[in-house]
Each structure stands twice: as structure tokens, then as C-alpha cells.
Design a protein around this ligand. Structure first.
Ligand SMILES: Cc1cc2nc3c(=O)[nH]c(=O)nc-3n(C[C@H](O)[C@H](O)[C@H](O)COP(=O)(O)O)c2cc1C
Length: 148
């Protein structure tokens, strides 16, 4: 999907981890993804959702306004609790432009590594469009090799 208009405005990215409030079997994961992708198609939000052993980690990006509305909706969901924000920053470009919401189930150790990585940029990197945080590098390399 193209985002000709939205990508001309300010882009924002959010990363968080949370705990599922119910056991997320295949059908519950599927309905969550279908819902989320429909909403993201409307709002131009892209990203990836990871799930392992009752823990969610999500990276999503879009216009500042779209990200704000989406984040409110996500925070309001009763399907998870204990949201810990790892990143909420402007970004120079999209990292997952082709994914309305990609999904993968990493090993617990992989998710742990990504969720404990440094996501925020150092002050001197914020304006550098080529700067990639440790967290984003780990997520990219996981995503490239993930079996989906
Ligand atoms: C782990 C998780 C990821 C979600 N991802 C998105 C998303 O990418 N885009 C979106 O618009 N809503 C997202 N949502 C919100 C759901 O699509 C849905 O609106 C919300 O779960 C409804 O609230 P409820 O779960 O209390 O019924 C997410 C919710 C959860 C729990």
C-alpha cells in the first residue's frame, strides 16, 4: 500500500511490550490481527506484532496523528495489560512500509533480547536519518529471518 500523503508529514514510531490477559491461541491471535490490519489500512499505520509466551511486543509507525489514535486504542484494549513503552519518537522513514501489521512468534529469548535492547536514540542521533537504534537493528534482523 502506498502512503503518498501521509509520508510527507511527520512520522512517529512507538514500541511497547505488554502482557496478554488471556491465553492467545491461534484463533484469538488471528482475530486480533484481522481487526488491527483493517484499522491500520484505514489509518496508514504499519508495523509488526510479536507474541511469545503471553508477552506482546509491537512496533508501529505512521503519521503522528494516526499513531496517537492507534496508541490510545491499543492502550484501551482489555486483551493485554502492563504496557511498558520502549519508544515513542519521530522517525525519518518507515521501517515496515509493506506491513499493515506483520506478525511473528519469536522464541522467548529472542523477544527478551529485543525488549531489553536500547530503542531510544541518543540525543545526537535524533536528527540523523541514518541512525538506527540497537532495538530496531535486532528487530530488523529477526524479521528478515523469521519464519511466518
Ligand atoms: C497486542 C495488541 C495489538 C494491537 N494492535 C493494533 C493495531 O496495530 N492497530 C489498531 O488500530 N489497533 C490495535 N489493537 C487494538 C485492537 O485492534 C482492538 O481495537 C482492541 O483490542 C479492542 O479492544 P478490546 O480488546 O478491549 O476489545 C491492538 C490490541 C492489542 C491487544
Amino acid at each position: 500500500m502506498l502512503h503518498p500523503v501521509s509520508d510527507m508529514s511527520d512520522l512517529q514510531a512507538v514500541v511497547y511490550v505488554s502482557t496478554a490477559t488471556q491465553l492467545m491461541g491461534v484463533s484469538r491471535l488471528e482475530s486480533l490481527l484481522i481487526e488491527s490490519r483493517d484499522l491500520n489500512l484505514e489509518s496508514g499505520v504499519t508495523g509488526v506484532l510479536l507474541y511469545s509466551d503471553g508477552v506482546f511486543m509491537q512496533y508501529f509507525e505512521g503519521t503522528e496523528a494516526a499513531v496517537q489514535v492507534t496508541y490510545e486504542r491499543i492502550r484501551g484494549s482489555r486483551r493485554h495489560k502492563g504496557i511498558v513503552e520502549l519508544l515513542n519518537e519521530p522517525v525519518a522513514r518507515r521501517s515496515f512500509p509493506d506491513w499493515q501489521m506483520g506478525f511473528a512468534q519469536p522464541a522467548r529469548s529472542e523477544l527478551l533480547a529485543m525488549s531489553t535492547a536500547r530503542w531510544r536514540h541518543m540525543v545526537n542521533e535524533v536528527r540523523d536519518p541514518s541512525a538506527t537504534s540497537q532495538g530496531l537493528m535486532l528487530l530488523h534482523s529477526f524479521w528478515k529471518n523469521a519464519r511466518r
